[in-house]
Design a protein around this ligand. Structure first.
Ligand code: UDP
Ligand code: MN
Length: 341
């Protein structure tokens, strides 16, 4: 009998000890949790600029609220020069600290309305790329853009096809992130005013309104090259760029035709704000003027529905991620026996 009641007592003591242990464990966990939340709130409040000092609630919303339509830290006209020799290592040191691998940036204090992929067609232009990165990263950060830089390098030494590289850049970028806006920029074009916003508008945007080499005036009304921005929807609507403009010339007038046919209007910044400086250069190797290209422009209206994103084929040869950009080497399948004469 004694043994039985001893066993009974022992069983209940073990049971109550277990209950006590479980209770203490959960109690500590909950209070630790609330402590972390408080600490988190405190660090948000302290690290964010106090736009509305007083209530912690307002400060918290401003940390993750939408970015203002007009970015607050823009400088306006900028001094741009290409005489300084800039190595990639130096540029990384100078402008790379706020970037994530791949040339990726998100404004820390607000949520951008658009996710922007910046696509640069490229080959043999390392020096230009260094200047471009040096100037553009700080500008894009001040503009509070949620962006990544994609340098789309044409693999091999065959005839250059800038427009096909742009299409490939669009397709590759979309594999990585849900971009809704695409800026296509020549590597040698640097804006002279940071109020020229790298984002998408209701109509396809022509950003490079005044280039120094054309005395800052539009050479002709329908020009739509140098730097342009299209939303995903707008780019899909025109079936992207043509894939068939080999060598220099025509591809920008072809996309201008596509926009005119399918969307009708374009937008541009004010001519003082839309100023650019272009890095001087000679015509590149394997990018001679193609005398056939101007004739193709009469055909855009007949061909654009079957020549573009829906007929795009290329092979990715390599993807490298630098702090300042994502470098994608693409084989654009240069046709054999291509004749530029
Ligand atoms: N491009 C390049 N390597 C080449 C040819 C062209 O990187 O061999 C790219 C580069 O982004 C350049 C753009 O294509 O800015 C347009 O070519 P280019 O500068 O020759 O055109 P233009 O100066 O006549 O506008
Ligand atoms: Mn150029």
């Amino acid at each position: 009998m004694l043994r039985k009641s001893f066993r009974f007592l022992a069983f209940y003591s073990v049971l109550s000890l277990t209950c006590l242990a479980v209770f203490i464990f959960f109690h500590r966990k909950t209070s630790l949790g609330s402590q972390t939340d408080k600490e988190r709130q405190l660090s948000v409040n302290m690290s964010e600029p106090l736009q509305n000092p007083g209530t912690s609630e307002v400060n918290q919303t401003s940390a993750s609220g939408p970015c203002p339509n007009t970015p607050p830290d823009l400088l306006g006209p900028l001094h741009v020069e290409f005489e300084t020799n800039r190595t990639l290592d130096e540029v990384r040191e100078q402008v790379g600290s706020a970037l994530q691998l791949g040339g990726r940036y998100k404004p820390p204090n607000c949520v951008s309305k658009q996710k922007v992929a910046i696509i640069i067609p490229f080959r043999y232009r390392d020096e230009h790329l260094n200047h471009w990165l040096y100037y553009l990263h700080p500008i894009l950060m001040r503009q509070q853009v949620d962006y990544s830089i994609y340098v789309i390098n044409q693999y091999g030494h065959g005839v250059f096809n800038k427009a096909k590289l742009m299409n490939a850049g669009y397709a590759e970028a979309l594999k990585e992130y849900d971009y809704d806006c695409f800026v296509f920029s020549d590597v040698d074009m640097v804006p002279l005013d940071d109020r020229n916003l790298y984002r998408c508008f209701d109509s396809p945007r022509h950003l490079a309104v005044g280039v120094d080499k054309f005395n800052f005036t539009l050479p002709y009304k329908n020009i739509f090259g140098g730097v342009i921005a299209l939303s995903k929807e707008q780019f899909l609507k025109i079936n992207g760029f043509s894939n068939t403009y080999w060598g220099w010339g025509g591809e920008d007038d072809d996309i201008s035709n596509r926009v005119r046919i399918r969307i009708k209007s374009i937008s541009r910044p004010d001519s003082l704000i839309g100023r650019y400086k272009m890095i001087h250069h000679d015509r590149d190797l394997h990018n001679d003027v193609n005398p056939h290209n101007p004739y193709k422009l009469h055909e855009t209206i007949k061909t654009f529905k079957r020549d573009g994103l829906n007929s795009l084929n290329y092979t990715v040869k390599d993807i490298k991620r630098d702090k300042l950009f994502t470098f994608i080497s693409v084989d654009v399948h240069v046709p054999s026996g291509l004749n530029l004469k």
